[in-house]
Structures are given as C-alpha cells and as structure tokens.
Ligand binder design. Sequence first.
Ligand SMILES: Cc1cc2nc3c(=O)[nH]c(=O)nc-3n(C[C@H](O)[C@H](O)[C@H](O)COP(=O)(O)OP(=O)(O)OC[C@H]3O[C@@H](n4cnc5c(N)ncnc54)[C@H](O)[C@@H]3O)c2cc1C
Ligand code: SF4
Length: 544
Amino acid sequence: MAREAMEFDVVIVGAGPAGLSTAIKLKQLAAQAGREISVCVLEKGSEVGAHILSGAVFEPRALDELVPDWKDKSAPLETPAAEDRFLFLTKSRAIRLPTPPQMHNAGNYIISLGALVRWMGKQAEELGVEIYPGFAAAEVLYGADGRVEGVATGEMGIGKDGQPTANHQPGMELRAKWTVFAEGCRGSLTKGLFERFGLREGVDPQTYGIGIKELWEVDSAKHAAGRIVHTIGWPMDARTYGGSFLYHWGKNLVAVGFVVGLDYGNPHISPYEEFQRFKTHPAVRPVFEGGKRLAYGARAINEGGFQSIPKLVFPGGLLVGCTAGFVNVPKIKGSHNAIKSGLCAAESLFAALGAAPDGAVLEDYPQRIQASWIWDELKRVRNIRPAFRHGLWAGLLYSGLDTYLLRGRAPWTFRHHPDHAALKPASAFAPIAYPKPDGVVSFDRNSSVFLSGTNHEENQPAHLTLKDASVPVAHNLARYDAPEQRYCPAGVYEIVRDAQGHNPRLQINAQNCVHCKTCDIKDPTQNINWVTPEGGGGPNYAMM
Ligand SMILES: Cc1cc2nc3c(=O)[nH]c(=O)nc-3n(C[C@H](O)[C@H](O)[C@H](O)COP(=O)(O)OP(=O)(O)OC[C@H]3O[C@@H](n4cnc5c(N)ncnc54)[C@H](O)[C@@H]3O)c2cc1C
Ligand code: SF4
C-alpha cells in the first residue's frame, strides 16, 4: 500500500517543552508578520503529556519570554518554591548541608511538567499548530541530495511475525521544508541522525542518569507546599553518582524520585531497588506512611552538559531540547533550556522560511544558542558532573572549589566517557541483597508499572530490538550477570530457564516498557536498539 503524504513548512517530532515552544514561537512570529506558516507536531504518546516525566522544579525564565502573560492564561504553575533543603544521608541519619547556589530555587515553581506541556499544547493549537498525538515518527525521509525532507509515521497493524494483520494501515509521510527533532533524551531518530551526519564528531559522548519517580498523596500534616528536598549519600555507595528529590506541591502531593548516574560500574546495582530502599530511610519513610502512591514512571536524563552538545544542524533539520542535551546537572533542570532552545530554533526558522533555500543548513540556530543564556549557564557548570567520576567526596570537594573559588572559569574541561563502557564484570563485586518490598512505602516492579498506565498493542514486533540475539546470554549473562534485569525500571528483561534450570534465554516483556531509554544507553555492547512501537503505546502519565 502506498503511503499518503502531507506537506508542511515545519514538522516537529515530539510534543515536549522543546517541540511545543518551537511551534508556539513560530506561529507567534508568523501572526506578528501577517504570514502563513504551516506547523505540525507529532507525538508518540496517546495524548500530549502522556510520555512526559520530570521532577519538576521549573525555572520560568524561558516561559516568561515565550508567553509573558502565562499567569493570565492560567498556566499550571501553582506552587512557588518556598524552602530548599540539601541532606546527606547515612543509613540512620540525615545531616543538613549548605544548599549549593545552583540549587537555590527562589522564584521557581514546583510543577507537573506533563500538566505544563498539556497547557502548552492548547496554546499551540489556539495559534493554529496541528498536533497529532498517538503517532510516532518512525523513519526520517531523505531527499535525493541527502537532506532531511520530513518523517514518516510507523505502520500500524503489523503482527509479531512481521506480517500485516487485518488492522494494517501504512505509515504517513509528513514532508517539510525543515524538520525539527524534539524527541527528548536519547531520541531514537536523533540517534540515526548523529551517525548519518557525524553530528557527534569532536564532542564528548553524551552521558545519562536514570530517573525513577513516584507521585504520592500524603497526610496533610506532613505536607509543606513549596518544600524542596534533595539528598545524596545512602543508599548509594560513594563511587556511584546519584541522589533523590522530594518536592511538596499541589494539594498534599509529593513528587519523589531517585536518579542514578548510568556510568555506574557495579552490574549488581538496581536503580529501581535503590529507590525503593531510599524510601525506607528513617528520615524519609514517615513522609509516606499513611499516604497513597498515585503514579510511577521512569525516564533517562542527560548529564553530559556543555562538552557533549552535538552539532545542532544538518541539511533540512535541527535538534532542540534534550535530544541535543541542554540539561544543567547541578541545577537538575533542563526544561527551561528546552523551551529556550525552541525559541532560538523558531527565530532561525522564521528568518529562513522563504529566504534561504528549502532544506539549507540553518547555521543561524547554533549561533543563537551560543549567544543565549543556555550557553553561558552550561559552560559555567561543565566540570561539576564529571568530577564525580572520582567518587562522591572528590566530586563534592571539586564542586565547592569550582563554584565558590573558580566560579566556573577554570581553564580546563573534564572529559566524559560513554556510560555503556563503564560496567565491570559481575565477579568483581558481591551481589547486593536488596530488602523485600514492604507494601507500605516500597513496592515490587509489577505493581509499579501498573501505576504508569503502560499499554502496548501486544501483537506487534518487539520495539526492543537486538542486533545480535546471542549477546544477552553469551556476553551479558556470562560477564555481567545480565544487568538489563536490574537497570530496566519496568521489568522488561528477564532471564528465563527451563524446568531443570538450564538453557537460559532472554525474555523481553516489551509491553511493559515505559520508554525510559535506559537499555538503549546502558547495554554494554550497545546491542539493544530502542525503536518506536506503534503510536499511542507506552506509559499514560497524567501528572508526571
Ligand atoms: C527524573 C527527572 C527529573 C527531572 N527534573 C527536572 C526538574 O526538576 N526541572 C527541570 O527543569 N528539568 C528536569 N528534568 C529534565 C526535563 O524533564 C527535560 O529537560 C525536559 O523534559 C526536556 O524537554 P524536551 O522537550 O527536550 O523532551 P521531553 O520532555 O522528553 O519530550 C519529548 C517528547 O517527544 C516525544 N517523542 C520522542 N520521540 C518521538 C518520536 N520518534 N515520535 C513522536 N514523538 C516522540 C516524547 O513522547 C515526548 O513527549 C528532569 C528529568 C528527569 C528524567
Ligand atoms: S525496556 Fe528499556 S526503555 Fe523500556 S523501560 Fe526497560 S530500560 Fe526503559
């Protein structure tokens, strides 16, 4: 069956803060100039916001630029930051440390990024942007001259066996003068663009963390709207980068999460179990006792920062937001930069449409990024995250020096190494005996995934593809005791054996996948390739 095609001036892949700010700004500029610009946004979640997971403490700086009257337009920024606490945990104690300057949140808000993105989607639609949720961009379309000419959505109704089912529908081509990739952290199409256009040549590898989050409704007596708590230390060992966040917001809501740097070396580590264990700490547990867990999810977050920013433009397209990697790690914030990058992209695109040849390389966009506060902010903090490679204490010491003495102006830049190369053989470490979930503050993976609302059409080819089917057992199990069983926060990967306990094989429960992208990042030989499943599949986050 032939694919139908639609034509737009600009097609945007991903309705996150970066994609939607690009769309909104383009339409605002067009309206001011009395011009018509057609803009389409594709979103793989079943609705806008369904795949958005963040902390989130939100810095409104970029939103102020994009929609200055966001208060009058009832943007969901309802809980102003009121108090910052930074704690070091030992097994039984919580020691208050001075809050690092980057973590001061006066003027910021505690929000659900999913709710903000839904609001942004409405603003975009009111301006005439066409948004298509439930459609994953599965393929980049290239012209005869090699430039990007748009994307195609995936076919629907292909069975597990790769054959069309009775519900088969071909994909749709969305052709554009320029295509904006706003897929968020570890974008699946962006990964292909990196290779095709050599966009990562000459920059450091991107590095990541896995963030696992729950939303709780707690006893009102334990709730302090606007309180922001970050912890380091227990239960992580001092060699592994990680920590927690607890944000009190809304009506008795607490967003609690744990981030583990994916450069960890011990393959026995389970970020999921570390998070569950963290909630049993005597200083943390009381917050949640008597409360109700409402939601669960996970998502990777970029940690590479300044030295990992790739080339942002190529013929016919550009990268915005976290698919490029604009997270400020010491601040633990990326959504303000995602929105700002969308603003810069829209300004460049608007100037180019009708002026530059279609599909040219928009060099103006990286220049705008470099002239913006994104560049300055990321450059200043570039050495802080890599300093933690030498352990918690070395990292803290260096961060203090860098922040207070050098003020981000050190004449050196620490380098990054790829996360997948960091694992050491399982035999080098003792297995970790994680406590059993108590069903009060800690839970098993299956009941957690249930709270993410994850759903995939079962009769479809697995979207977790293996380049070589023998690697999971012959290499990963043999050398690393199958780390995918532990780093996947949704229990997608299981080593199963026959009744006699022999013949291990990897079972992939793809329908549980919450689209965090950790396997695509951490698999030691990069044998796992995450591709988009049928559009609409994946988590259904309401307020994450
Ligand atoms: C645990 C955690 C805590 C965080 N805490 C904070 C915080 O407190 N403050 C803060 O400012 N930032 C925080 N961040 C970072 C912040 O969430 C990101 O910087 C921000 O979401 C990036 O926006 P984005 O638009 O680039 O990508 P995303 O928000 O990831 O949005 C990308 C969108 O594109 C869609 N998409 C992807 N691929 C395709 C495709 N092929 N086809 C169609 N659609 C596609 C996705 O479904 C998604 O909706 C946190 C991140 C994590 C993981
Ligand atoms: S299968 Fe991969 S992307 Fe899906 S939840 Fe597990 S680690 Fe995340």
